[in-house]
Design a protein around this ligand. Structure first.
Ligand code: ADP
Ligand code: MG
Length: 232
């Protein structure tokens, strides 16, 4: 199995007025192409810090992170941005849509940075909206659809660059149970197409959609294995 993610001895500390605070204390983790991994752990245990490093939005203090075969520490900012654009789609808890842009323009946005022509951008955005069941709303605006639909749009935007990896930090955190389950069905379908998914959640019912569970506690990985009632 090809590795999409290889983290070796990731250590992260933040400087604060009270001195350096360690937040990740030596994380080793490998994730292969096609996996679906749920990340759980108490608030403050380091999940988002870890996801930001996986997404190349932050760097570890020490340790090595290899994304899709590339050691990110060895890339200059332009190459790192290119790698991130090509490999990763992000989905956040807040949907982070542009309020004054139509849904198709929101979904097309990542392509603006990839030298794709406008007509091609709009056509691909509409393909992705169709994939998440929202093609009828291409010309609507974010405030005209529900929260669950907005998260679908955010997922369509994450997919428009055809990433092999989706990183999702509490993507159902703002959604009711039924809508959360619909979103998780969509993630599962994407995973079945071969997209690797790493998804942070507080909720055992949401983690149960994944095939593998990792748990953080105080900056350490304390569990890596099957998702089961006992562990989720
Ligand atoms: P989680 O996502 O599991 O809730 P985070 O990764 O957001 O945890 O945070 C882990 C710890 O790091 C928390 O104690 C948090 O207060 C601290 N932290 C996060 N970001 C910063 C920062 N920029 N500066 C200082 N401390 C931070
Ligand atoms: Mg968090």
């Amino acid at each position: 199995m090809d590795q999409v993610i290889r983290a070796e001895g990731l250590f992260k500390e933040y400087e604060t007025d009270a001195g350096p605070v360690p937040v990740l204390k030596g994380i080793d983790l490998e994730i292969g192409q096609g996996e679906f991994v749920a990340v759980m752990g108490p608030s403050g245990s380091g999940k988002s810090t870890f996801m930001n490093i996986l997404g190349c939005l932050d760097m570890p203090t020490t340790g090595r992170y290899v994304l899709n075969g590339r050691d990110v520490a060895k890339l200059n900012p332009d190459l790192l941005a290119k790698l991130r654009n090509e490999v990763i789609g992000f989905v956040f808890q807040g949907f982070n849509l542009l309020p004054r842009a139509s849904l198709e323009d929101n979904v097309a946005l990542p392509l603006v940075y990839c030298n794709v022509r406008k007509s091609e951008r709009i056509s691909r955005a509409n393909d992705m909206l169709r994939k998440v069941g929202l093609e009828k709303f291409a010309k609507s605006f974010p405030n005209q659809i529900s929260g669950g639909q907005q998260q679908r749009v955010a997922i369509a935007r994450a997919l428009v660059n055809r990433p092999k990896l989706i990183l999702a930090d509490e993507p159902t955190g703002n959604l009711d149970t039924r809508t959360s389950n619909e979103i998780m069905h969509l993630f599962r379908a994407l995973n079945e197409e071969g997209i690797t998914i790493v998804l942070v959640t507080h909720e055992p019912d949401i983690a149960a959609y994944a095939k593998r569970l990792v748990k953080f506690m105080d900056g350490n990985l304390i569990y890596d294995g099957e998702v089961s009632e006992a562990h989720a």
